[in-house]
Design a protein. Structure first.
Length: 431
């Protein structure tokens, strides 16, 4: 099968990119022919088709000057050069299926038209809530959970200034969502894959037809993660250091944890400096910040710890940190939010706690960290469940079922025919 994976970045920038690259590697190992489409970026992996990638569009920081900002806003809604570039790569690689990931802003849904024109089946894995929330995370400007835009009331993003407190940025996000919803910009995608049942429910609540949605959990290649063979010691957080991840709650929880219990934070992000300063104030010398480390080192640190903590304050979908912790044979203490309760079985593979509650988090961590034998037993069960539910082979089978469903849906839409048998429109028309 010829598969085209589409994402705005082609390097390990975050969870979506890691999933994309790991899935593509597994598909190639299974004998499929895999190609990529992204925007040009200096950090991208080298690719034989990168001569067709549309130019880089930088949004963080936003462009200076009113005219340039207006041009950028128009390209976010509809990017003609990205659409033309997609047409050219489709004609070059002639995929049997297109698997989309994060295309918002830098690529825009304008790239979907050439796929539809050629009657190519398409699947999109949803890594966040962008289709129902103008700012992706269902959080307001204060970082609090917000569902005011459900279903389709995108003007509320302007009223609440949900895009970093900026009226202009929030208005642009709201207009983008409204235009795309009104014009049915994403309607051409055959199947929308949801890694968690929670995300699927929010999509329906936000106005996405349930018939377009499918639940497929993420995977963890457990062959590359060694499980712990003995109890560990201490507490580990591994992930992005940003507000929605709630790492500050773990730092505050250190006030209520025993002095001799080591706490390690691995990762980087915009909140790192503030978190380090707060740690020095509330728990001097007790929290170690490692910065960004390799995946292998993360797994080693997980095995050394007694418990892994995921204190998020947003609706996490299905974070790889939990699957990797399970692979390493370690229990997880996580917030009772979003898709996390689908992963963590309270009292069996870890513990669930209220978000933004340092005392509650500290108590759950203390119980497991000070009873390493019980924590180790929970970790063994976590590893067993990871092998049962999140294996690579099962995931690949699930993805192929989604591709088949997309092909069936596409055939029903077009009245027969296949992507490779239809004559493709020329690139000029797609542009």
């Amino acid at each position: 099968m010829r598969i085209l994976h589409v994402n705005k970045f082609l390097y390990r920038r975050g969870g979506a990119e890691s999933y994309l690259l790991d899935l593509a590697a597994a598909q190639q190992a299974s004998g499929h022919e895999v190609s990529f489409f992204a925007m040009a970026h200096p950090d991208n992996l080298a690719d034989p088709n990168d001569d067709l990638f549309p130019t880089r569009m930088e949004l963080d920081p936003p462009p200076e000057g009113g005219l340039e900002r207006l041009r950028t806003a128009a390209r976010i809604v509809h990017r003609r050069d990205a659409r033309a570039a997609m047409a050219r790569i489709l004609d070059r690689v002639r995929p049997d299926v297109v698997h989309l990931h994060n295309i918002y802003h830098q690529l825009s849904p304008s790239i979907l038209a050439p796929i539809t024109d050629r009657a190519i089946p398409s699947v999109m894995t949803l890594h966040d809530y962008k289709l129902v929330c103008p700012t992706y995370q269902l959080l307001d400007a204060d970082g609090e959970i917000c569902e005011a835009c459900l279903p389709g009331r995108f003007r509320n993003a302007v009223r609440r200034r949900c895009n970093r407190g900026s009226l202009t940025g929030s208005a642009l996000s709201a207009v983008e969502s409204r235009v795309h919803r009104t014009t049915g910009a994403y309607d051409g995608i055959d199947v929308l894959a949801c890694p968690s049942d929670f995300l699927r429910a929010k999509m329906v609540q936000g106005g996405i037809a349930a018939t377009r949605l499918a639940h497929l959990t993420n995977f963890c290649d457990l062959s590359g993660i060694e499980a712990a063979t003995e109890p560990g010691r201490g507490v580990l957080y591994a992930g992005r250091l940003s507000h929605e991840k709630g790492v500050d709650v773990l730092v505050e929880a250190a006030r209520h944890l025993p002095q001799g219990l080591p706490i390690t934070i691995a990762g980087d992000g915009p909140e790192r400096a503030a978190l380090e300063a707060r740690a020095d104030a509330v728990a001097p010398g007790r929290i170690t910040f490692l910065g960004r480390i390799s995946g292998a080192e993360v797994h080693r640190r997980m095995r050394e710890a007694a418990v892994v903590v995921v204190p998020s304050r947003w609706y996490e979908n299905q974070p790889m940190t939990i699957l990797e912790a399970y692979g390493a044979g370690r229990p997880v203490v996580a917030s009772r939010l979003g898709g996390l309760p689908e992963l963590v079985d309270d009292g069996v593979t870890g513990a669930l706690v209220a978000h933004d509650d340092p005392r509650g988090l500290a108590e759950a961590v203390r119980i497991l960290a000070l009873d390493p034998e019980t924590a180790h037993a929970h970790g063994r069960e976590a590893r067993r469940r990871a092998e049962e539910r999140f294996g690579l082979a099962d995931h690949l089978d699930g993805v192929e079922r989604l591709y088949a469903r997309a092909a069936s849906h596409r055939e029903a839409r077009t009245g027969g025919g296949t992507a490779t048998s239809r004559q493709a429109p020329d690139a000029a028309r797609a542009g």
